[in-house]
Design a protein around this ligand. Sequence first.
Ligand SMILES: CC(C)(COP(=O)(O)OP(=O)(O)OC[C@H]1O[C@@H](n2cnc3c(N)ncnc32)[C@H](O)[C@@H]1OP(=O)(O)O)[C@@H](O)C(=O)NCCC(=O)NCCS
Length: 278
Amino acid sequence: MKKRIVLFGANADGRKVLQNLKPLIWMDQVEVIAFLDNDKRLSGGKIENIPILNPQKITELSFEKIIVCIIFGEEACIQLQGLGVNKVKIEFAYEEPLFSKQERVLNGCRVGKYSYFKPSTLLVNTQIGNFCHIADNCQIGLSGHRVDLVSTYPLSYHFENVINDPSEDITANKRRMESQTIIKNDVYIGEGVTIMSGVEIGNGAVIGSKSFVNKDINDYAVVGGVPAREIKLRFSVQEIDRLLSIAWWNWPEDQIKKNTLKINSNVKEFLNEFNEEE
Ligand SMILES: CC(C)(COP(=O)(O)OP(=O)(O)OC[C@H]1O[C@@H](n2cnc3c(N)ncnc32)[C@H](O)[C@@H]1OP(=O)(O)O)[C@@H](O)C(=O)NCCC(=O)NCCS
């Protein structure tokens, strides 16, 4: 019998899952009956004639499985269960926690608590602090081939019977491969950014979309371009010093919860409040 499926998330990630389901749809094994999305602007729209609904509408649908296509899977699961969906009906498109409230290690990269990135983003030999958000299509910690040899092409794979193991490749840029990329805390990385290995990105830095970053970036700097150049500092040097010593990203969970709106508010108000507390 054809399985009725609901996809949670009508953004690019939801669309991608729909594409992946196409062979099963063509073979009449699966029917995607709706997308759910919390974004009010999307409700009422359609993707390939499939309606996009507010998650509240789940109670009106008859289905076998919901696939959560957004990276905040844990939250979606709680929301769906709150709407009466049985946990056994909920599946996740991503096995790895692209978002987690806990620090975790993914593909050998330590990723701090609450930091998240999109499935199209690649991390190599990188360490990420807390509360960083990283958009789609970023390549972080790239190394590549040496340019001082006659050819950069890995000839040994084909002419020396060397097993196709990139770590054995004599053309690999070992210096870059071995240097870890560090992204500190509260960093915002826009869409399509490339960060070369060994670079250190300071706390509170912002990297504009499509930038190519090959040098360290100062705390609270906004950078952009190819190669990335500092556009501005987000705050005055004195304010940055205060923010770095406050380091809200290391506060205990309940202190962040109590001050959420203050952290997302004007820097002067925030610093007034926390200077006074000293
Ligand atoms: C970097 C960014 C945060 C700056 O935002 P902002 O503070 O509002 O900056 P402005 O638009 O005022 O631009 C300031 C200057 O930076 C330049 N600039 C902005 N983004 C840039 C980028 N990605 N690359 C190069 N230069 C950039 C602007 O041209 C402008 O230059 P000018 O002063 O010579 O005119 C923003 O442009 C950006 O790239 N955001 C990420 C968008 C994205 O990826 N979204 C998807 C995931 S959420």
